[in-house]
Design a protein. Structure first.
Length: 355
């Protein structure tokens, strides 16, 4: 039975802590149980195998170690990883090169929140060998800040829409009329009168129909642009989930066959979106859930590190990683923290202008 962590801290002592740290570090590196004989060679002071076996048995009683076979060595329990992270882990500091690399990668799209989060998720997957993601949280109040129409030749034009929350969406429209000054003047008038400042969730075909008196016979010329704008607003009004590095999970031997169940869960996306929205609403600024600490059944065999971000006033997003409980915490967690802190700083400096 696992004893409360505060009680464990009082009972474990320096020698047991050293033994536990060695067992966890070894298991993270090799995935193999470790026995008392090997530990006698790794400890910096002399101690008998019998004494170590007694200490390992005591750590097992505390719920910090497990034994795969009666005569085999011990492996860490999921609960021991929490104690390790909070009390024993020696973080591996980032090199100056790593810091420069992260800042350089994230600075490229610092002015575009979604692209910045995308780049951060790609970096997290690359530097942690976990699955990484970002998810924007649906904002019912987000509205259209600006819309532009850029002629692209051959009867086509690019429609670009920016929301107050900093979302940028674009699409190419095919038009049957010339995109001349008269058409563009009418377009910007309609945008100003009907769309700019309107909530994304209120932009639909009903609003398009309300432009008929102002457009008259030109409604048919303008219709491809307006229906495309409706589609862009509908897309921007929903939360966006981006996943990267899911196949990294296949190399996490600790997950075993559970890796495929986890991949299926991630592929469905809707359940993950629900979990993220719940965390964004009730969770702390950053969280680390290890094993059973995860509230959701699908994640009980994983480590999830999450951070939530506020930007452009009312916009919210969550960035995080998902991996097995046997990740290299000392290496992974400092890199996750540095990436999230860099994103936070770039959001503070941010600001998007639309001309």
């Amino acid at each position: 039975m696992l004893i409360h962590e505060k009680a464990v801290e009082r009972m474990i002592g320096d020698r047991r802590a050293a033994i536990l740290a060695l067992i966890i570090d070894s298991y993270i590196k090799t995935g193999e149980p470790i026995g008392s004989k090997t530990l006698t060679e790794l400890l910096p002071y002399r101690i008998s195998s019998a004494t170590i076996r007694n200490e390992m048995a005591y750590l097992s009683e505390l719920g910090l170690l497990e034994q795969m076979h009666t005569s085999g060595g011990r492996i860490p329990s999921k609960a021991s990883y929490r104690y390790y992270v909070d009390n024993l882990m020696v973080p591996k500091a980032l090199s100056d090169y790593e810091k420069h690399y992260i800042i350089e990668k994230l600075s490229v799209n610092a002015g575009d929140p979604e692209r910045l989060l995308h780049d951060a998720a790609v970096l997290l997957a690359e530097l942690t060998n976990c699955a990484a993601f970002f998810c924007t949280v649906k904002d019912e109040l987000d509205s259209v800040q600006g819309v532009d129409l850029i002629p692209a030749g051959n009867g086509r034009a690019m429609l670009v829409m920016l929301t107050v929350g900093g979302k940028i969406r674009s699409s190419v429209c095919a038009l049957d009329c010339p995109i001349d000054n008269d058409f563009k003047a009418l377009f910007y008038y309609i945008m100003s009168e009907f769309f700019i400042g309107t909530a994304l969730t209120d932009i639909n075909l009903g609003l398009v129909q309300s432009t008929v008196p102002a457009l008259g016979a030109r409604i048919f010329d303008m219709l491809p642009v307006l229906t495309s704008l409706c589609s862009l607003c509908n897309e921007a009004s929903e939360s966006m989930l981006f996943l990267n590095g899911e196949t990294n999970l296949l190399s996490h031997e600790e997950l075993g066959s559970g890796a495929y169940k986890l991949l299926s869960f991630l592929a469905a996306k809707d359940r993950l979106k629900e979990i993220i929205a719940e965390y964004a609403k009730f969770g702390r600024e950053t969280e680390l859930f290890i094993g059973e600490e995860n509230y959701h059944y699908e994640l009980k065999n994983t480590v999830t590190a999450l951070g939530k971000f506020n930007y452009n006033d009312n916009q919210q997003a969550v960035l995080g990683i998902i991996g097995s409980t046997r990740i290299d915490y000392a290496s992974v967690l400092p890199r996750v923290e540095y990436i999230m802190n860099t994103v936070k700083k770039l959001f503070r400096k941010g600001g998007i202008e639309f001309e």
